[in-house]
Design a protein around this ligand. Structure first.
Ligand SMILES: [Zn+2]
Length: 216
């Protein structure tokens, strides 16, 4: 679902294979972002589009984790800022699309929704199992668990919406789920932006004080 709880684990002493695991996680998430995005356009399902935002956000997290060694705090903050803004913009696009679908009276195709929702769930469970080996300490374990749980809730919500569309022959279960998830994506995006701005500010101050250590 909304990715505020999602961040890739960053073990203090990365085990061999951790980078490879991050790469696998990145490709799976990018692929599912595209699959859900295309499926949402083809099926007319807005909740699939909303679920795709999470795969985008998680892909960005894995890019950030993979570049953690080569990038300074300032650039990490800037990258997170771009990620947060993009997530919020995607959320707004989802809400706009929901309004457009509502007015055009399109009923989404429930079979595609159900199948792609299930694929997304499988992808998230596989990535969680791959990364779980590399968790570092209780808080990291908790964040992997929370993230996976929230992602799974989003995937299941899409499948429930598919059942609802199938049962009612209307778009409203899809639009209801899409509106909630789009709203959550905006909230998550805004909170990512807030954190990123704090990090950027902190990094700038740290670089100022390290440039002139005599000034206290
Ligand atoms: Zn996520």
């Amino acid at each position: 679902m909304a990715c505020s709880s999602c961040s890739a684990p960053n073990p203090k002493s990365p085990a061999p294979g951790f980078r490879k695991a991050l790469w696998i996680a990145l490709w799976v998430n990018l692929a599912m972002f595209l699959v859900e995005g295309i499926a949402s356009l083809q099926s007319g399902s807005v909740s699939l589009m909303a679920d795709a935002i999470d795969f985008f956000g998680d892909s960005a997290n894995y890019v950030l984790s993979l570049t953690v060694l080569s990038m300074g705090m300032l650039w990490r903050g800037r990258a997170a800022l771009v990620k947060g803004i993009t997530m919020a913009v995607f959320g707004v696009i989802v809400l706009a699309r929901a309004i457009w679908v509502l007015q055009s009276g399109i009923t989404p195709e429930p079979l595609t929704m159900g199948v792609v929702g299930l694929m997304a769930l499988v992808a998230n469970v596989v990535v969680a199992l791959i990364l779980f080996r590399y968790r570092d300490g209780d808080s990291d374990m908790r964040s992997v668990w929370l993230c996976s749980r929230n992602d799974a809730i989003g995937n299941v919500a899409v499948m429930v919406a598919a059942l609802g569309v199938f049962g009612t022959g209307t778009a409203w279960p899809d639009l209801a789920v899409a509106t909630i998830m789009g709203g959550l994506a905006i909230t998550a995006g805004v909170s990512v932006v807030r954190h990123a701005r704090k990090d950027i500010e902190g990094a700038k101050q740290a670089s100022v004080s390290s440039a002139s250590p005599e000034v206290r």
